[in-house]
Each structure stands twice: as structure tokens, then as C-alpha cells.
Design a protein around this ligand. Structure first.
Ligand code: 5GP
Length: 186
């Protein structure tokens, strides 16, 4: 038995389903950005697996960059509404067609805050591609342009999403068994 198995209550999205949907998203983005300069921005660390698979499904030339943020209250699983930039982009985005690549949109605060910041840098366009959307939990309105899967209000891990920093490597999205898993104290 693998260590993660005791924390897994169910596989919500199996590997094949994830990969098929990502290929579709890549196709949609490729069609929308044909003949345009496309710049993907990934928020570390949860979006990394998604970014790398999505890139391989995008057939138009594109560049990538990364940023990192930390949410106050991270680890407690409570959205606080405050995020702090811990690593900025390397490149200027002025005049570029940016697609922000996210792992999951939950309350929407992280995304709203990052979009607000990026908008001040005058990109030509700014769109959002998220793998997962927990729309039931939304507390602030954000507009999503590309969504992989709408998911129920359950804490998930795998495929980039962590269980207190572990198991990002799993190729599927699983639901945490809240009875068996106790998050570490902050
Ligand atoms: P929001 O600001 O939209 O509430 O939260 C977004 C961030 O919270 C995500 O980028 C992710 O880091 C974290 N998050 C929200 N829901 C989940 C979840 O179900 N599992 C994991 N591992 N992280 C989550």
C-alpha cells in the first residue's frame, strides 16, 4: 500500500480523464491564440504539473514565466483574502497576451489579487485557465476563461496540489479522507 492511500477517500479525476481534458484545453487555447504572441504565467507551486502538460498540448509558439505567492492563513485551509508576492515574474508583460495558469480556484481571493496585480502592468490581454473550479466556495467574483473541471466542495490533492506539501506528484486528483488525515499544526 502506497503511503498516500490511507489519506485518499476517492479518486475524483483519474489520470486519463485529466489528460484528455488538458488536450482539449490546449486545443482551445491554440485556436484562440493563432497568430498572436502567447505568454503563460504559472503560479507556483500547485500549477506546475498542469502547466507542463498544457504546454505540450498547445500548438502555437508560447513563452512561460512563474510567480509565487503566499496566502496568509495557508496551512489552515482558511481563505484569508490576503496574498503576498514572494517571487515576481522574470519578464515584463506589457503589451503581451497573458494566460494565467492556475491549479484551483476556491474562494477566488488568490486569483483576484494576482489578476489585480498583473493588470497594473498593462498586458495586451489577460485571461485565466484553471484546471479545477470549486465554484460553490466562491467568495469574490472572478471570471474564468478556460476551466478543466468543476468540482464539489471537497479538499483535493495530487496532480500538483499538495497535502501539506506532499503528493503533488500523483497523476490523478484525489479527495482527502478528512477522518484519516490530520493537518499539521501551524
Ligand atoms: P482561493 O484563494 O481561491 O481560496 O485559493 C486558491 C489556493 O488555495 C489554490 O491555489 C490552492 O493553493 C489552495 N487550495 C484551494 N482548495 C484546495 C484544495 O482542495 N486542495 C489543495 N491542495 N489546495 C487547495
Amino acid at each position: 500500500m502506497q503511503p498516500y492511500q490511507k489519506f485518499l477517500s476517492e479518486v475524483l479525476i483519474p489520470e486519463q480523464e485529466l489528460q484528455e481534458r488538458i488536450r482539449e484545453l490546449g486545443k482551445q487555447i491554440s485556436e484562440a491564440y493563432t497568430g498572436k504572441d502567447l505568454h503563460l504565467i504559472c503560479i507556483l507551486r500547485g500549477g506546475v504539473m498542469f502547466l507542463t502538460d498544457l504546454m505540450r498540448s498547445i500548438s502555437v509558439p508560447h513563452s512561460i514565466d512563474f510567480m509565487a505567492i503566499s496566502s496568509y492563513g495557508a496551512g489552515t485551509r482558511q481563505a484569508s483574502g490576503h496574498v503576498r508576492l514572494t517571487m515576481d515574474l522574470r519578464d515584463d508583460i506589457q503589451g503581451r497576451n497573458v494566460v494565467l495558469v492556475e491549479d484551483i480556484v476556491d474562494s477566488g481571493y488568490t486569483l483576484a489579487s494576482v489578476l489585480g496585480l498583473l493588470a497594473t502592468r498593462n498586458p495586451a490581454s489577460l485571461k485565466v485557465c484553471t484546471l479545477l473550479d470549486k465554484s460553490e466556495r466562491r467568495e469574490t467574483e472572478v471570471s474564468l476563461d478556460y476551466v478543466g473541471f468543476e468540482i464539489p466542495n471537497k479538499y483535493v490533492f495530487g496532480y500538483g496540489l499538495d497535502l501539506d506539501e506532499y503528493y503533488r506528484d500523483l497523476p490523478f486528483i484525489g479527495v482527502v479522507n478528512e477522518e484519516k488525515y490530520t493537518p499539521p499544526e501551524d
